[in-house]
Design a protein around this ligand. Structure first.
Ligand SMILES: Cc1ncc(C[n+]2csc(CCOP(=O)(O)OP(=O)(O)O)c2C)c(N)n1
Ligand SMILES: [Mg+2]
Length: 551
């Protein structure tokens, strides 16, 4: 009779539950799991640090709707991977962390790399368990995957003891579980749908806000239809960008502050009223704004602002319901209103305020000049990963997205260090597509060694580092006599040389013409590349009323 190792049962269960990507760092006791995963047809990518691997697992969950897996050794490896659990928790992305653990019979004895792992994972996960035998592993894997994708998606954790991993079991002793179904697409209360359309009909200054929940729910067709039918002005949250293309004529993204501040009715589609949307409160929103809230999580409804209408359920299903109601009532927002005129004015004002910076050829360059060049050269379907403070914030406004789930950034948790893992995850999920990681120099430094991972797997990633010598900008030269300020990193650091150590190609750029040439070559290169772009240490955004340090 055939015997199966615990590791094989783990890998086969994951494969049966639709887990296709595993990222991690091997060592005790998880080596057999990685090997078994490869045998069972799961793509395994070895990372240089579990943090990045865990970020990548969350990104796979967001991009595919099934959790990506992160594999970590016991103790320090599992602790590093908590970074990804927390990031996935904050972003509501499915992922599964597989933490190796000491043999059960050594619990409490001070075993090698022994740690309270289930407890450490707990605050950031929807489900955490420690299977007691290899025979019952499929039960735990199914429950973990099912928990991660149903309701509000999130991270889950399995603690895998060495004796479970190495156990040999008769195949028929294993109780396999069928693949858990896709989450049901639950609809909202039909009466609430009518109230929502009524609220929009009576609005003077309506606004639609598309969040990454809409992207996750794959509601793009419905949301695009809705915007077309109702002709409502819309804008997107950072990762909601692309659900409706950013160049759509009804986008009021360039007038974001004005639109938020003056709207009287806001339809939120899979976006939370957290810090990213300034809590929905004055002074950034109008007092008394009526909020129509579409969310998968009933608990989210009313956070910070009581909802005028609550639409609880799946964004794709609910926007489909809204479309039917709009068809029935023939609602569409008037083409000529003072609100449209005011929004158009604010958009124009914004265009004028950045126009000169976009075309400023001065050296050192500024953010806008660099980002415009990137904007004009990357393919329309490129996936953009981005992190940094100014690099990310300005990049969000200059770099358009045309498709859903095409932008991955520091997100709700504001995590620096996610960009490389995200880029690698995107390349794994979308082979053949160009991945562009637009990184602040500080942000890049958190996980820079993962360029080796990208080179080893020959992933078509162009890393573009917007280098101002530090966190939000450094200095042109360090003067040891005056000490080194906290935000300063090595001036003119040659980050592009790192990738050459692994067979990639690096470019160092200081002038607009060099940038053009480097981007052209880098984007045509099948190898991973780094374009290290020097900008002024004092380069900044256009004047902001509310800066990133104070938000
Ligand atoms: C894990 C983590 N550590 C620290 C921070 C604080 N932080 C916010 S933005 C930032 C880096 C900003 O610098 P950079 O990436 O170079 O972008 P720039 O604004 O200079 O373009 C840091 C360290 C964070 N958000 N996350
Ligand atoms: Mg910087």
């Amino acid at each position: 009779m055939a015997k199966l190792s615990g590791a094989t049962v783990i890998a086969r269960s994951l494969q049966q539950q639709g887990v296709e990507h595993m990222f991690g760092v091997v060592g005790f006791p998880v080596v057999p799991i990685a090997i078994a995963a490869q045998k069972e047809g799961i793509r395994y990518i070895g990372f240089r640090n579990e943090q990045s691997a865990s970020y990548a697992a969350g990104a796979v969950g967001y991009l595919t709707g099934r959790p990506g897996a992160c594999l970590a050794v016991s103790g320090p490896g599992m602790v590093h991977a908590i970074a990804g659990l927390a990031n996935a928790w904050s972003n509501c992305w499915p992922m599964i962390l597989l933490g190796g653990a000491n043999d059960g019979y050594q619990n409490g004895q001070g075993a090698f790399q022994e740690a309270p792992q289930v407890e450490a994972a707990r605050p950031f996960v929807k489900y955490a368990a420690r299977p007691e035998s290899s025979e019952r592993v499929p039960y735990y894997v199914e429950q973990a995957v099912r928990s991660s994708i149903n309701g509000r998606p999130g991270a889950v954790y399995l603690d895998l003891a060495n004796d479970v991993i190495t156990a040999q079991t008769e195949e028929e002793q294993v109780s396999w579980k069928p693949r858990c179904a896709e989450p049901p697409r639950s609809q909202a209360d039909p009466a609430a749908i009518e109230s929502a359309v009524e609220a929009l009909r009576t609005a003077e200054r309506p606004l639609v806000i598309v969040g990454k929940g809409a992207a996750y729910a794959r509601a793009e067709r419905e949301v695009r239809d809705f915007i077309e039918k109702t002709r409502l002005p819309f804008l997107a949250s950072p990762m909601g960008k692309g659900v409706v293309p950013d160049d759509h004529r009804l986008s009021v993204a360039p007038a974001r502050s004005y639109a938020l501040q003056n709207a009287d009715v806001v339809l939120l589609i899979g976006a939370r009223l957290n810090w990213i949307l300034h809590f929905g409160l004055p002074p950034r929103f109008a007092p008394g704004v009526r909020v129509i809230q579409v969310d998968i999580s009933a608990e989210e409804i009313g956070t910070n602002v009581p909802a005028h209408v609550a639409l609880v359920g799946d964004a794709k299903a609910i926007v489909g319901q809204l479309n039917q109601a709009v068809d029935r009532t023939r609602f569409s927002y008037a083409t000529e209103t003072p609100w449209r005129v005011a929004l158009a004015g604010a958009i124009e004002q914004n265009r004028v305020s950045v126009e000169a910076m976009l075309h400023d050829d001065a050296v050192p360059m500024g953010y806008y000049r660099v980002l415009r060049e990137i904007r004009d050269r990357i393919p329309r379907d490129a996936i953009i990963a981005s992190e940094g403070a100014n690099t990310m914030d300005i990049g969000r406004t200059v770099l358009p997205n045309f498709e859903p789930r095409q932008r991955l950034d520091a997100g709700s948790f504001g995590t620096m260090g996610v960009g490389l893992g995200f880029a690698i995850a995107a390349a794994a999920v979308h082979p053949g597509r160009r991945i562009v990681a637009v990184e602040g120099d500080s942000a890049f430094g958190f996980s820079g060694m993962e360029v080796e991972t990208a080179c080893r797997h020959q992933l078509p990633i162009t890393f573009i580092i917007i280098n101002n010598n530090g966190i939000g900008g450094g200095v042109d030269e360090i003067d040891p006599a005056r000490g080194i300020p906290p935000s300063v990193y090595t001036p003119r650091a040659r980050y592009e040389r790192i990738i050459e150590a692994f067979g990639g190609r690096g470019f160092f750029v200081e002038k607009p013409a060099e940038l053009q040439a480097a981007l052209k070559e880098a984007l045509a290169d099948p190898r991973p590349t780094i374009v290290n772009v020097m900008i002024g240490t004092r380069a900044d955004r256009k004047p902001q009323k509310y800066g990133w340090l104070t938000r």
